[in-house]
Design a binder for this molecule. Structure first.
Ligand code: CA
Length: 231
């Protein structure tokens, strides 16, 4: 679980960063909207923690851009966003939630509550709370990047792991070739399609057939339930 923390308060930002990192989450901490956009375009993330009062503008602006697909790195427009703000009136909270935020936590908050809300949001968005995903015996443990099939460890390259993780975090949703290429094979612009095919073939060979389903002409999906009940 990679979290983009957008927060200009140094003490609070540092506290949140440490707390999330201790939970095995990867945290990228930026202090401005500009840096947030750059980070999203360059590396993407799985979940955003968004302060509203930032040195170069209002966090709601970025939220609006994310929901209108105006920020590269989130082609789906559905990146989970949790607002962290001292603005505590009902109108403030409604502005955040109507603006497309998934949750809103008023400062000051207790770190335990933040962690609990991050996990809940991750589960709602990905069916996954930041640590282990299990799909029919195919298990991915994010803190150790360990993947196993029926208890047997599988060695994956970094690209294969990224592809598998993205598919497992969004089971039952077809991911397009373009999204997979953009998010998991950065820098492979030339001949990216062929690169994706090669990685996918290697991944299938390693984890076995029956997990990754090709949706012809569109992309790939991992089904939570095996088609026809077969394993
Ligand atoms: Ca602030």
């Amino acid at each position: 679980m990679k979290i983009l923390l957008i927060e200009d308060d140094l003490d609070l930002g540092n506290g949140v960063r440490i707390a999330l990192t201790e939970q095995g989450m990867e945290v990228v901490w930026v202090r401005t909207l500009d840096d947030a956009r750059r980070s999203l375009e360059r590396d993407g993330c799985d979940l955003v923690l968004l302060d509203l009062g930032l040195p170069d503008g209002d966090g709601l602006t970025l939220l609006g851009q994310l929901r209108r697909n105006k920020v590269q790195g989130d082609s789906s427009g559905s990146l989970p966003v949790l607002i962290l703000s001292a603005r505590d009136t009902l109108d403030d909270r409604l502005a955040g939630l109507d603006g497309g935020a998934d949750d809103y936590l008023v400062k000051p908050f207790v770190l335990a509550e933040l962690l609990s809300r991050v996990r809940a949001l991750a589960r709602r968005s990905y069916g996954y709370d930041g640590e282990t995903i299990d799909v029919r015996g195919l298990v991915l443990h994010a803190p150790t990047r360990r993947v196993s099939v029926a208890g047997r460890t599988v060695e994956l390259t970094a690209s294969e792991y990224s592809l598998l993780k993205m598919l497992m975090m969004r089971t039952d949703r077809v991911l397009t070739r373009r999204v997979l290429e953009e998010q998991t094979l950065p820098g492979s612009q030339t001949n990216a399609s062929n690169t994706l095919d090669v990685h996918m073939a290697n991944l299938r060979r390693k984890i076995g057939e029956g997990y990754i389903r090709t949706v012809r002409g569109i992309g790939y999906v991992i089904d939570q339930q095996a088609p026809g009940g077969a394993a």
